[in-house]
Write a protein that binds this ligand. Structure first.
Ligand code: ARG
Length: 232
């Protein structure tokens, strides 16, 4: 059993990409902090083990989980049909949407204006999937989708006019805009998504995670953590 193995090694290994505030970011001490780290710590506490956080590329998290290089993937990760083919997900603990970030003087005002534009995204995210629009159902028709290792990298490219728009999840988008005067968010939800913790398929760990999550959701802790890591 996965739970027995974690207890035996005395450690829960969390895979994340710490460039996604308030869910995960590097604190002043350069250590990963955020909602997902606090939730994972609560899971580790419940199991009576230490928490180890591994910061990696977002698109490497699911493959690493499948390869047994970590116990949980906690990274503001959206539950998608495609990911469900490779991993299981816990109870959903947050709702989000993709949003557009542009320069304040941009001519982009709605998603219809994405046509022919250069869109920046974090590689392998649902923002990437939305912008790439493989089956054409979003009607994006971008000139090009440029993939960055994190959303901040995409925002830098936007500020230096290498791209026209960034597509990223709501709260990281708010954080980026709050820190960069020349940028604004467009008030239009492109998607509706839910975050959950990814676990290797058919693991007894999922039930343990859900036990902790159900409590943190019901008693308002998740909302408090989002607030705490947004104002910090
Ligand atoms: N919610 C989006 C997705 O699942 C983006 C998550 C990015 N997370 C991160 N820690 N960088 O694809």
């Amino acid at each position: 059993s996965a739970v027995a193995a974690i207890k035996a090694k005395g450690e829960l290994v969390m895979l994340t990409n710490a460039a996604f505030p308030p869910f995960e970011y590097l604190g002043d001490d350069q250590q990963p902090a955020g909602v997902d780290i606090d939730v994972a710590q609560a899971i580790a506490d419940e199991l009576g083990v230490e928490l180890k956080v591994v910061d990696m590329e977002f698109d490497g998290i699911v493959p690493a989980l499948m390869a047994g290089k970590g116990d949980i993937g906690a990274a503001g990760m959206t539950v998608t049909e495609e990911r469900l083919e490779s991993v299981d997900f816990s109870t959903k603990y947050a709702t989000s949407s993709q949003y557009m970030i542009v320069k304040k003087d941009s001519d982009i005002a709605t998603k219809d204006d994405l046509k022919g534009k250069k869109i920046g995204v974090q590689q392998g995210t649902t923002g990437d999937i939305y912008a790439t629009d493989e089956d054409g159902e979003n009607g994006v028709e971008a000139e090009e989708v440029l993939r960055y290792s994190n959303a901040m990298g995409a925002a830098m490219a936007l500020m230096s006019d290498k791209i026209d728009v960034v597509i990223v999840d709501e709260l990281p988008a708010k954080s980026i805009v709050a820190e960069n005067d020349s940028l604004k968010m467009i008030d239009e939800k492109l998607t509706t998504e839910q975050y959950a913790i990814a676990v290797k398929k058919d693991s007894d760990l999922t039930a343990e995670i859900n036990k902790v999550l159900d409590k943190l959701i019901a008693d308002g802790t998740i909302d408090e953590l989002i607030l705490k890591h947004t104002t910090e």
